[in-house]
Structure formats: structure tokens, C-alpha cells
Design a protein around this ligand. Structure first.
Ligand code: NDP
Length: 305
């Protein structure tokens, strides 16, 4: 079995690529490690996707995309890709359990969550430390939580948590937030959220669950011990590119592509958050996926003639 297109990663960009590719009647396989949807699964409500003026739940949106891909007869398997080979006639995608051959590959593996790497962070995962507000917020009803970070994720998630927690303190290492103005306006309206600027977490303490967090002011170098029942960490993302050749990556390990999603390897394309680019949004991921599929289609057709 030789596929026309193998898409690696079932987030919004990978699902979009799969929809466009299978709709174009290319023999398409989508390989996803966990569950389709990627970071969509952690979003309570998407309110900036054009056309959904009342918002749509991230999970619901992911289900719709996956169903659309299946309706166009795309194949979907759950497995983890460990490497790719491209110096042979057909390209190969090697997973933990199998090997697949294909004319083109579309890489859409997105990013994973950055950790603070401070004492207590790993030890208290599931016992007060969380990386997903939509998954864990109900456990913190009427409790005190800290949210770490100052970007879109941290501020959006802090606003979501404010519906559950009693008191939320955002800990941010700069003296101003990085998040978009619309998120900053929303946080300003939440009476139970305050922001501690110029601060980083030094240590998370507790017996069985998180009880206290030591925070350092990076200007004065003073430490402060805050009582907290939960710590939600949103300090950015790391590209999922470990299985890829370094020749196609930039210095931060994002994949370099042109505007048609071509990488520097002929017949290998990349789309979504994994790309070196400025705007990482669902709408740009979906757009990248469509373009990657069209480029793959052009490649497959050019090989035939
Ligand atoms: P970002 O990289 O945008 O922000 C990370 C934040 O964490 C920054 O404020 C950064 O500080 C801080 N930070 C980084 N490392 C540390 C550390 N070791 N200790 C303390 N703080 C740290 O990541 P996000 O996850 O917020 O967003 C990722 C992408 O997803 C962005 O492109 C964003 O726009 C997009 N996004 C869009 C949304 C939407 O439109 N609805 C929602 C959520 C995300 P500093 O400012 O100093 O670098």
C-alpha cells in the first residue's frame, strides 16, 4: 500500500490537510498519537473563528473536523511516529508499531506544553499542578489558584478559571502582559483575578497536595510564600519536532517552510503551529493545512506526468 499523502498529527492543521487531501481523492492517511483535536481539546469556547459568532466548544469543533475527514474517506490510525525516511523512492513514516510508505508527507505535529522546571512542579502534577484549565477547573471551585504566564493562554485560562476559583493570582515575569488586548480587557473585568508582575515561581510546596508556592520578585530578588490550592502553568509551547531532521528546522526547532508549506525536502510539507511563523491561531492552522494539501496534490500530480 502506497499512500499519496500521510498527515502526521491530528490537530486543526492536520485535520484540515486531511480534509482537503482526501476531498481531492488522494489516498490519505492521518496518523495521530492521542486523540484528534490537539490543543482544541483544551479550549472551552472558540470565539474568534470566523462564522461562529456565538462561539463553539473546542471539543465539538474537533469532532466536526474529524467527522468531515472520515466522510471524505481519509484513513485514521492512532500511533506515534518515531522517524521519517525520505532518501528512497517512496517516503517512509515509521511509527512505534508499523511502517508506512507514501509519496508525500505533511507534518502537523504542533507543540507541547513548556514546563517551569522548578522543584515541586512534576511531583504535584494531578495534585494541584495542572496544564489544562478546561480539564481541571471544576476541582478548584472556591479555592485559591495561581496562573503562571502572561501570554494569550495564561490570560484566557485565568478568565475561564475565574468562573470556578475563589481567588486567582497571575504570576508574570514581566511588568506588562503579552496577551492580546481583548484578553487583557476581559481579565480586567474579573474581580477575583489579580496580577503579580516581575515574578517567577521558585518552588511549589505541600504534603499530599499543593499548599504553598514560593515566588521570587526578579527586580528585588525577594521571596514571598503564597498559599495556593492549585498552580496552572501556561508559559508557552515547544515544537514537536524531535523525530525530524534538523536540516528543516530553525534555531528554535520550528519547521521552516515557504508560503506554500514546502519544507526544504521535496515532497515534505508542514502546517500549523509547528511552522516558523508569527500568528498561531486556529484559523491560520486551518489555512496552512489546506495549502499543504494542495501543494501535496500538485506534487503527486507532477510525479505522474
Ligand atoms: P506564549 O509564548 O505566547 O506566552 C508564554 C508566556 O509565558 C509569556 O508571557 C512568557 O513570558 C512566559 N514564560 C515563558 N517561559 C517562562 C518561564 N520559564 N517562567 C515564567 N514565565 C515564562 O505562549 P501561549 O501558550 O500563551 O500562546 C502560544 C500561542 O498560541 C501564541 O501564538 C498565542 O497567540 C496562541 N494562542 C491564541 C489564543 C487565541 O487566539 N484564542 C489562545 C491561546 C494561545 P515573556 O513575555 O517574558 O516571554
Amino acid at each position: 500500500m502506497i499512500y499519496d499523502v500521510i498527515v502526521i498529527g491530528g490537530g486543526p492543521s492536520g485535520l484540515s490537510a486531511t480534509i482537503y487531501s482526501s476531498r481531492a481523492k488522494l489516498k490519505t492517511l492521518l496518523i495521530e498519537k492521542n486523540a484528534c483535536g490537539g490543543q482544541l481539546l483544551m479550549i472551552d469556547s472558540i470565539d474568534n473563528y470566523p462564522g461562529f459568532n456565538e462561539g463553539i466548544g473546542g471539543f465539538d469543533f474537533a469532532v466536526k473536523l474529524e467527522r468531515q475527514a472520515r466522510d471524505f474517506n481519509a484513513e485514521l490510525i492512532y500511533d506515534e511516529v518515531v522517524s521519517i525516511e525520505y532518501n528512497c523512492f517512496f517516503k517512509r513514516v515509521i511509527t512505534k508499531n508499523s511502517l508506512y510508505e507514501t509519496k508525500t508527507i505533511i507534518i502537523a505535529t504542533g507543540t507541547f506544553i513548556r514546563k517551569m522546571n522548578v522543584p515541586g512542579e512534576s511531583e504535584f502534577i494531578g495534585k494541584g499542578v495542572s496544564f489544562c484549565a478546561i480539564c481541571d477547573a471544576p476541582f478548584y471551585r472556591d479555592k485559591n489558584v495561581l496562573v503562571i504566564g502572561g501570554g494569550d493562554s495564561a490570560i484566557q485560562e485565568a478568565v475561564y478559571l475565574s468562573r470556578f476559583a475563589k481567588r486567582i493570582t497571575v504570576i508574570h515575569r514581566r511588568n506588562n502582559l503579552k496577551a492580546m488586548k481583548i484578553f487583557q480587557e476581559r481579565i480586567a473585568l474579573c474581580q477575583n483575578i489579580s496580577v503579580l508582575y516581575n515574578s517567577v515561581v521558585k518552588e511549589i510546596l505541600g504534603k499530599d497536595f499543593v499548599e504553598k508556592v514560593v515566588v521570587t520578585n526578579i527586580k528585588t530578588h525577594e521571596d514571598k510564600c503564597l498559599s495556593a490550592d492549585g498552580v496552572f502553568v501556561f508559559i508557552g509551547l515547544i515544537p514537536n519536532t524531535l523525530f525530524l531532521p534538523s536540516a528543516i528546522l530553525d534555531e528554535a526547532n520550528y519547521i521552516i517552510t515557504d508560503e506554500n508549506m514546502n519544507t526544504s525536502i521535496f515532497g515534505i510539507f508542514a502546517c500549523g503551529d509547528i511552522r516558523k511563523k508569527r500568528l498561531r491561531q486556529i484559523v491560520t492552522a486551518i489555512s496552512d493545512g489546506a495549502q499543504a494539501a494542495i501543494s501535496a496534490q500538485n506534487y503527486v500530480e507532477a510525479q505522474k506526468s
